[in-house]
Write a new protein. Structure first.
Length: 271
């Protein structure tokens, strides 16, 4: 039987959390990731379900997530430690048939459990699966310039999106649907999870004002790449704030969208 510790899933999450920590995005125990894994791949490592223990979710997971498997970063865990000790800092869980409990198959060997924001992740997974069945990864992190930008702008999807698109030609190509923005809310609650999931019906990126960002993707690389592009663009915006002479013209943004055959969010750029 294959060793899950050596799986591509554990390696991917270990490598990306280490990278995110080195970027300076995930101080202390900041940040969390959940990775939906198909049962066919789980069976390569666990021919049958043998649960180590049960962990209460604290809410009822959507019907679409029942009996699904997730690799999840642990609560109170530091991203910098995942690569050194994945089995303490990560856990593979199966959502039970009632949607109330996570059955632990592997990980959290020191007695830990899923991130406190796992309910928010599950709500976003459920929302995105209705848009794209291939969306597998939900990633939350605290990129510095993105948080700075959120502190300087109104909590408005169109304004935030426009500022990003007008600052970096990559932005409209990478996230043509734009970015959702939430006001400052108490994190780790079902309320912010529900608000994020609602935004995820339209966006793959949601900024949490004064806190961080959520990104989703079909792969670890896609989710990270979305956030990385926002953060690079937010850095450009913040460094040049008040001194911009050469803002990207609307016609160039529209030309980029046409060139890359992407459908952009209506109402951001005058057509």
């Amino acid at each position: 039987m294959k060793n899950f510790l050596e799986s591509c899933f554990v390696k991917e999450v270990s490598e990306i959390t280490n990278n995110m920590y080195r970027q300076g995005w995930d101080e202390r125990n900041g940040g969390n990731i959940s990775y939906l894994i198909d049962e066919e791949y789980v069976r390569e490592y666990f021919p049958k379900d043998v649960f180590l223990r049960d962990i209460e979710l604290g809410f009822t997971a959507d019907e679409s997530l029942k009996n699904k498997y997730f690799l999840v970063t642990g609560t109170g865990k530091y991203f910098k430690n995942v690569i050194k000790d994945p089995e303490s800092n990560l856990g593979l869980v199966k959502i039970d048939n009632n949607g109330h409990v996570a059955h632990l198959l592997w990980g959290y060997k020191d007695g830990g459990k899923m991130t406190s924001e796992f309910p928010a992740h599950l709500m976003s997974h459920a929302a995105r699966l209705k848009v794209n069945q291939k969306n597998r990864v939900v990633m939350h992190t605290h990129p510095t310039y993105t948080i700075c930008m959120g502190a300087c702008l109104p909590t408005d999807d169109v304004i935030f999106t426009r500022k990003l698109w007008k600052s970096n030609t990559e932005a409209v190509v990478v996230f043509p649907e734009g970015i959702g923005v939430l006001p400052c809310m108490i994190c780790g609650t079902n309320e912010i999870g529900e608000a994020t999931a609602k935004k995820m019906e339209e966006y793959r990126l949601v900024s949490w004002t004064n806190h961080g960002i959520y990104g989703v993707g079909e792969t670890i690389d896609e989710a990270f790449g979305l956030i990385e592009t926002v953060e690079k663009t937010a850095q450009i915006y913040m460094i040049s704030l008040g001194h911009v002479v050469n803002e990207i013209p609307d016609e160039v943004i529209l030309g980029l969208a046409k060139l890359w055959i992407v459908k952009i969010k209506p109402g951001v750029i005058d057509e």
